[in-house]
Each structure stands twice: as C-alpha cells, then as structure tokens.
Design a protein around this ligand. Structure first.
Ligand SMILES: Nc1ncnc2c1ncn2[C@@H]1O[C@H](COP(=O)(O)OP(=O)(O)O)[C@@H](O)[C@H]1O
Ligand SMILES: [Mg+2]
Length: 236
C-alpha cells in the first residue's frame, strides 16, 4: 500500500463536560492519527465517548485540552468563522437521522449546500446528479424523502455530505435506524467510496461486523483508547 500522508493528527485530546456541580471526562488523553485514504471505524460501548471523539475530529465541538491538525491546519484555534469555512470546504457528515428536508426531492436535498454557497446552478445540479449516481440513486433523484426507504434516505444524506467533495467523511452510527440488509448496503457504500474514490471515512459504529469492514478499528472505553483491544489487534 502506498504511504499516504497524515490527514488527522490529534494529540492528548480531553473533553470535560461541567454542569456546575460535576465534571464528566468524556475524553481523556486521546491521541491518534488517520491517514488520507483510510477507512477507520470508532467502536466501543455506549457512553464510552465515540460521538464526543467524532465531534472533536469533525470540528463540531472544541476540546478542553489537546491539539488537532487536519490537512496541515491547526483546527482547534480557528475562529468561529474559520471553523465554519473549514467544515464547509473540507468535511462532510452523516448522522443516525437523515435530516432531509421533506418538501425537497432527493436531488434538491443534495444540492442545497452548494446552492447556498453561491455556486452556479448548472454546476451544482451536475454535481448533485453525479453524486446520486455514486450512491446508487440515479433513478430516484426526483423522489421525495417520504417516497424512499430508510436506506435510500440515508444514501441521499451521504450524497449531500459528498457533494462538496470533502477531504473527510464523518459518520456517527449511520446505520442505527436501519434493518440489517440496509445497514450492510450503507457500510458497503462507504467501502466502495473509499476504494474507488479514495474517500477518507471515519465511522462510529457499535456493530462489530460493520467495524470489521473498515481498514482499522479505534477502540474507545471510558473516554480513553482501549489499550487491551489495541494489543489484541497488534498481536494478530
Ligand atoms: N453535552 C453533554 N453534557 C454532559 N455530558 C455529556 C454530554 N455529551 C456526552 N456526555 C457524556 O460523555 C460521555 C460520552 O458520551 P458519548 O460521546 O455520547 O458516548 P457514545 O457516543 O460512545 O455513546 C457519556 O458519559 C455522556 O453521558
Ligand atoms: Mg454516540
């Protein structure tokens, strides 16, 4: 395998939630690197800090301590405006809920962001059509969300995340609302996007069979990287 560059370099991340009375250490001293073109799964029990970790790496939250370099930029110390720009230009997100706009077709749901960014209509329509082909919904682009299955709606949301050609696609339990067949399809789609387009993917899941489809699993337990599981992997 060719040596790809380090795309995400996180060091000593800490995220403490403080409600005025108690402190919850959702992340403690987490350091990790993710290379360009990797498909990484983040796994661990419920409440272990998976979403918190994804939110730090995806610039949806700011760590209380630690550093994160993404694409050679220090992203912890960005201003709010710079952070928003960085997210829009370089990152894409898929969540458990599809968050599609019910009044818009699949195609329109995919192109709302590039449209809002002031890109020319013919360009954003073309990009949205291409991306719907990529996620296997070329024949469904004029359907409304209510006319699509859960798995198809999630594909639209993946298309929406991809339309800006993000450096990194983040997904937080993207299959949690789906039956096992649709879940498999979604994970296969991530695998395909990764293989065919070199898309870097960071996916939180609690399904071990989904984690195994990734190149690598980062195990989290009680807010720290699970060293025992790491050792197990290295010993294999
Ligand atoms: N906004 C918040 N305020 C206080 N505690 C939180 C908040 N978000 C998450 N936590 C706590 O941080 C820990 C990790 O949560 P989370 O990252 O959501 O876990 P996971 O995604 O692995 O289920 C949990 O103990 C959770 O209760
Ligand atoms: Mg979570």
């Amino acid at each position: 395998m060719q040596e790809n560059k380090i795309l995400i370099d996180a060091k000593n991340l800490e995220r403490v939630y403080f409600n005025g009375i108690i402190k919850t250490y959702a992340l403690k001293n987490v350091s990790l690197k993710i290379k360009e073109g990797e498909f990484v799964a983040i796994m661990g029990p419920s409440g272990s800090g998976k979403s918190t970790l994804l939110h730090q790496l995806g610039l949806l939250d700011i760590p209380t301590k630690g550093t994160i370099i993404i694409d050679e930029e220090d992203v912890v110390n960005l201003s709010d405006g710079e952070r928003t720009r960085f997210r829009l230009e370089k990152l894409g997100y898929v969540f458990q809920s599809y968050n599609l706009i019910p009044e818009l077709t699949a195609l329109e749901n995919v192109y709302v962001t590039p449209m809002a960014r002031g890109i020319k209509k013919e360009d954003y329509v073309k990009a949205a059509k291409e991306v719907l082909e990529q996620v296997g919904l070329g024949d469904r682009r004029d359907h409304y969300p209510s006319e699509l299955s859960g798995g198809q709606q999630q594909r639209v949301s993946i298309g929406r995340a991809l339309v800006n050609k993000p450096k990194i696609l983040f997904a937080d339990e993207p299959t949690a609302n789906l039956d096992s067949d649709s879940s498999n399809e979604i994970v296969k789609l991530f695998r395909k996007l990764n293989k065919e387009s070199g898309q870097t993917v960071v996916m939180v899941t609690h399904e071990e069979n989904e984690g195994k489809k990734a190149d690598r699993i980062i195990w989290v337990k009680d807010g720290v990287l699970d060293a025992d599981k790491e050792q197990l992997r290295n010993a294999q």
